[in-house]
Design a protein around this ligand. Structure first.
Ligand code: ADP
Ligand code: MG
Length: 140
């Protein structure tokens, strides 16, 4: 088992974990984020962007747009995605298999459509500032 668990106490620590993960990712890797509103999913994706060497100041939840395409990263927010048609409208099926890293907030909503090799990042809110973050690599 290579199911790693971490505790963070600041958004910066959560970003740092994201940055560390980014440096291990192969092109086209899928990072599926799970966790409630305010858990820190966007903070983690900001860290992914940092780790990929991107500017992170335009990393925000694509709640209304559903997807933001960045130079090395495609950032999805599946909160409003309730059907395969919705999912298709984000370009999901076209992005899969490409070279960019895919980061997916609200992966709960597309659980059946996630590829088997997706890396699963689950963020649980323990209290105001404390988060438990579990990173599960495929095959764990
Ligand atoms: P999500 O995308 O899951 O809705 P965000 O990343 O947008 O969450 O927001 C997380 C919120 O939680 C921010 O307001 C952030 O300041 C706060 N926060 C407090 N502690 C942490 C932590 N340890 N890690 C991440 N965010 C934290
Ligand atoms: Mg978010």
């Amino acid at each position: 088992m290579n199911n790693m668990q971490y505790t963070t106490h600041t958004p910066h620590q959560t970003e740092h974990l994201g940055a560390q993960l980014a440096r291990q990712l192969a092109p086209g890797a899928v990072v599926a984020l799970f966790g409630d509103l305010g858990a820190g999913k966007t903070a983690f994706v900001r860290g992914l962007a940092q780790g990929l060497g991107m500017a992170d100041d335009d990393i925000t939840s694509p709640t209304y747009a559903l997807v933001h395409e960045h130079p090395k990263l495609v950032h999805f927010d599946m909160y409003r995605v309730t059907s395969v048609d919705d999912l298709e409208s984000t370009g999901w099926y076209d992005y899969l298999g490409g070279d960019k890293i895919l980061a997916i907030e609200w992966s709960e909503n597309i659980a059946d459509e996630l590829p088997h090799n997706a890396i699963r990042v689950t963020i649980e809110t323990i209290n105001n500032d404390e988060r438990r973050i579990t990173i599960a690599h495929p095959g764990d």
